[in-house]
Ligand binder design. Structure first.
Ligand code: UFG
Length: 320
């Protein structure tokens, strides 16, 4: 297939682009490099630098079999302080994309949605049938796009899949997580192990969990990428399917830090800090629907292996 990967210079987008190329697809990456890195675009992909909202019509006019839409603003804290950036950058851009796909007859869409669409869960593990009540603007914008996709699929025959990611981690060789503004737990802990930070802050030790710290479902970026390929193969015209992607097992912040200590051999000092606004206590996925419908099987669910891959990537970049 000839596929357009928006945000293919970012963390998840670049890993997926690499896997799509390995699977024999033709890949064009569209990214404005606002947070991505041109050198993360895999060799073999054609790269177009541009703002989706401005160029998407011209790009899709050349004819594509599908779009994988990763490009987005994705910092929960920033979304609360500057919501306009998220409603414009995420929602308006996605509507432009959907309109351009309709105009040019692009048949398939895979969209990067998020566990943040659910908000504080009433039931854990979280199934796709759980109520959506996002606790932050980031999650609200992704949910709005999910709704838009549902109506475009029904009205215009789009074959669409939204994948709701839980906590993506790990790396694929030289492609990994390197945000200019890093807020994610594992990369921050690994910065401590590298000596770039003195300690990791634990955001709250008084949560209603076993050890008092928040619990998350960490999924390896390669397992996540595999689900995108399966979603493309299984999509049906006129249907919008939604799948949660996680391993179904939760790890607390303290367990993650302990795993990083074990993998890196560094003591990793930790200090307890106040809770972070917008954090739910526990987010764990039920990915039964993806397993049943797509035949998706995460193969790298072990947290030690996930951290090890992230550490190898981080250390290699540091030493380069
Ligand atoms: N945390 C710390 N200290 C830090 C950073 C994070 O204690 O320095 C804690 C957070 O409070 C949270 C956990 O570690 O409890 C994980 O935090 P991340 O920032 O790594 O990830 P989030 O769970 O906040 O969010 C991620 C994605 C969202 C997505 C969500 C869904 O960034 O886009 O997972 O599970 F919606």
């Amino acid at each position: 297939m000839k596929l357009l990967v928006t945000g293919g210079a970012g963390y998840v987008g670049s890993v997926c682009a690499a896997r799509l190329l390995e699977a024999g697809h033709e890949v064009v990456v569209l990214d404005d490099l606002s947070t991505g890195h041109e050198d993360a675009v895999p060799a073999g992909a054609r790269f177009i630098r541009g703002d989706i909202a401005e160029v998407i019509g011209d790009v899709l006019a050349e004819g594509f079999d599908g779009v994988l839409h990763f490009a987005a603003k994705s910092l929960v804290g920033e979304s609360m302080q500057d919501p306009g950036k998220y409603w414009t950058g995420n929602v308006l851009t996605a509507i432009r994309l959907l309109d351009a796909m309709k105009e040019h007859g692009t048949p398939k869409l895979v969209f990067s949605s998020t566990a943040a669409t659910y908000g504080e869960p009433r039931e854990v593990p979280i199934p796709e049938t759980a109520p959506t009540a996002p606790t932050n603007t980031y999650g609200a914008t992704k949910l709005a796009i999910d709704h838009a996709i549902t109506s475009y699929a029904a009205a215009h025959g789009l074959a669409a899949t939204s994948l709701r990611y839980f906590n993506v981690a790990g790396a694929y060789g030289s492609i990994g997580e390197r945000h200019a503004t890093e807020t994610h737990l594992i990369p921050l802990v690994l910065q401590v192990a590298l000596g770039q930070r003195e300690h990791i802050s634990i955001y709250g030790e008084d949560w209603p969990t076993e050890d008092g710290t928040c619990v998350r479902d960490y999924i390896h970026v390669l397992d996540l990428a595999d689900a995108h390929l399966l979603a493309l193969e299984n999509a049906t015209a006129g249907e919008h399917r939604i799948y949660n992607l996680g391993n179904g097992t939760g790890f607390s912040v303290k367990q993650v830090i302990d795993t990083c200590r074990e993998v890196t051999g560094h003591p990793i000092p930790a200090v307890v800090a106040p809770r972070r606004a917008g954090d739910p206590a526990v987010l764990v996925a039920s990915a039964e629907r993806a397993r049943a419908d797509l035949g998706w099987k995460p193969e790298r669910a072990d947290i030690t292996g996930i951290v090890r891959d992230a550490w190898e990537f981080t250390r290699a970049r540091h030493e380069a």
